[in-house]
Write a protein that binds this ligand. Structure first.
Ligand SMILES: Cc1cc2nc3c(=O)[nH]c(=O)nc-3n(C[C@H](O)[C@H](O)[C@H](O)COP(=O)(O)OP(=O)(O)OC[C@H]3O[C@@H](n4cnc5c(N)ncnc54)[C@H](O)[C@@H]3O)c2cc1C
Length: 486
């Protein structure tokens, strides 16, 4: 006999808990089911712990540069290979565990304290469209909200079964310095780990099948990120047509063509960061009749409804986002439609995200390549401006002048189409552009705004003053501002 609720929320990622709270507050009897760690990926194995570790890595990096700022460290110079700085990985991990743990227990105790809300531990599985099991429990509800997130893809690479490997989850247990970390994957997650471990003191090699790093970004952004990585001593191996793995000495070897012979890259530890897949394979979706795409993502409409009435999918498992803020935005969209008669839509949102290497990349809207493509197809005239961070006074003062800013606008409407800020505080500065995009205001609003000195943001109006026609072409092969050192 199933226990009946008004709503069942499966998973406590970035959408589920807030939605459970809103539903319970609205007087519904709510069940929340979590099978592992409260708070999900972001809190336990994603954003929060990685950004905590990025902060430790930044401190080590700055300490190594101390003399540039006139600061004298009193460590013996022979420490840590002569840099005078060594990193205590146990303390890095303890700091990370503390911050992540506080967040996790915060989510758990909050959910358990909510009136009208019952928390179940166990792996949820649909028995039918409106019945869900969680261990020995059987629950039923008219509304079911799926927020099960995703996990690292373990690719079918030759030799992978023979070697030990790490993922973003098992990296969280690393409390030692890998002598040589080989990162397979040249995208957002791989690059964040690559730079942080380089700064902790590891040798790092990034191996990717792509012809450039972060292939979704414009070529000049990729090139600048490549230069930043190599500038810190990270080796990058592009165009690996077939990555084969083997045991090599006490560690691992990677061949880049799978043609036999000695490995081309040898390291002590291997991190797989080649993408994510949704946690939908053991959810019993077939029992509910919920449609998935070929990769297992749950198919949803603009209001995040699945094909089955009364079942919604939010967060990474619907393939519409892949970020904490998109998952939280999913919660807002569902709550607005369900409880506030506010017809919010997924299609209302503007793509926005950051890459948390140092300096970070803040992104909003279209890339230059997309704008060029659009210009070719629609004939829409666009303008573009770029500015190297060496022109930003605040960056010069802080000794952090790597990167550049880029902005694209519609020549006719003056609306901002997209922007990339690769540079100091790029993850924050991008918001002054993003908000004007949401306001659907012309770029001249920012151009005329008085920004505070000295900031990176104060140069955004100056950047906009430099807009030039974007000549349509077949590729985004605009001359990179920074060339990689191949
Ligand atoms: C290394 C890394 C760094 C990242 N950094 C950033 C960043 O800086 N910024 C950003 O915006 N995003 C970042 N992300 C992405 C971000 O973590 C996710 O997009 C975010 O967590 C949204 O996830 P979600 O709400 O879909 O679910 P998740 O957070 O993945 O949570 C899903 C929950 O559901 C539970 N669950 C799964 N199946 C079941 C089941 N059958 N029964 C019961 N419970 C179940 C899981 O245990 C989990 O707790 C990062 C990801 C990684 C891996």
């Amino acid at each position: 006999m199933a226990t009946t609720f008004d709503a069942i929320v499966i998973g406590t990622g970035q959408a589920g808990p807030s939605l459970a709270a809103r539903l319970a507050q609205a007087g519904m009897k709510v069940a929340v089911i979590e099978r592992k760690l409260f708070g999900g990926t972001c809190v336990n194995t994603g954003c929060i712990p990685t950004k905590t570790m990025v902060a430790s890595a930044y401190a080590a990096h700055l300490a190594r540069r101390a003399a540039e700022f006139g600061v004298v460290l009193k460590h013996p110079p022979e420490m840590a290979g002569g840099s005078g700085v060594s990193v205590d990985m146990k303390r890095v991990k303890a700091r990370k565990d503390g911050i992540s743990g506080q967040s996790r227990t915060g989510v758990e105790s909050w959910l358990k304290s909510l009136p009208n809300c019952t928390v179940y531990r166990g792996s949820a599985r649909f028995e039918s469209a409106h019945e869900v099991s969680a261990g020995p429990e059987r629950l039923a509800a008219e509304r079911v909200f799926i927020n099960v997130g995703g996990r690292a893809i373990i690719p079918a690479m030759p030799g992978l079964a023979e070697v030990p490997y790490l993922t973003n989850s098992s990296m969280m247990d690393v409390d030692f310095l890998p002598p040589h970390l080989v990162v397979v994957g040249g995208s957002y997650i791989g690059l964040e780990f690559a730079q942080m471990f380089r700064r902790f003191g590891s040798e790092v090699t990034v191996v990717t099948s792509g012809s450039r790093l972060i292939g979704r970004e414009d070529e000049d952004i990729s090139a600048a990120v490549h230069a930043i990585m190599e500038g810190e001593g990270i080796r990058v191996r592009l165009n690996a047509r077939c990555i084969g793995l083997s045991r090599h000495g006490g560690g691992i070897g990677a061949s880049l063509e799978c043609t036999g012979g000695p490995p081309e890259v040898a390291g002590s530890h291997l991190l797989l960061a080649v993408g994510r897949r949704p946690n939908t394979d053991d959810l019993g979706l077939e029992n509910a009749g919920v449609t998935q795409d070929k990769q297992g993502y749950i198919v949803v409409d603009d209001q995040l409804r699945t094909n089955v009435p009364g079942i919604w999918a939010l967060g990474d498992c619907n393939g519409k986002g892949g970020f904490t803020h998109t998952s939280y935005n999913d919660f807002e969209i569902v709550a607005a439609n369900l409880l506030d008669a506010d017809r919010r839509r997924v299609s209302d949102r503007i793509p926005a995200y950051a890459l948390y290497i140092d300096p970070p990349l803040g992104r909003a809207g279209m890339t230059e390549a997309q704008v060029r493509q659009d210009a070719l197809q629609s004939g829409r005239a666009a303008l573009m401006a770029t500015m190297p961070m060496t022109r930003v006074g605040r960056a010069v003062e802080k000794g952090e002048t790597q990167g550049f800013m880029k902005i694209l606008v519609d020549a006719e409407t003056k609306l901002i189409l997209g922007a990339a800020i690769l540079g100091m505080s790029g993850d924050e500065v991008i918001h002054c552009i993003l908000d004007v995009m949401y306001a659907k205001a012309p770029y001249t609003v920012i151009e005329r705004a008085m920004h505070i000195h000295p900031t990176v943001s104060e140069l955004v109006p100056t950047l906009l003053g430099d807009l030039k026609p974007l000549v349509p072409s077949n590729s985004s092969a605009a001359k990179p501002l920074v060339q990689p050192n191949h």
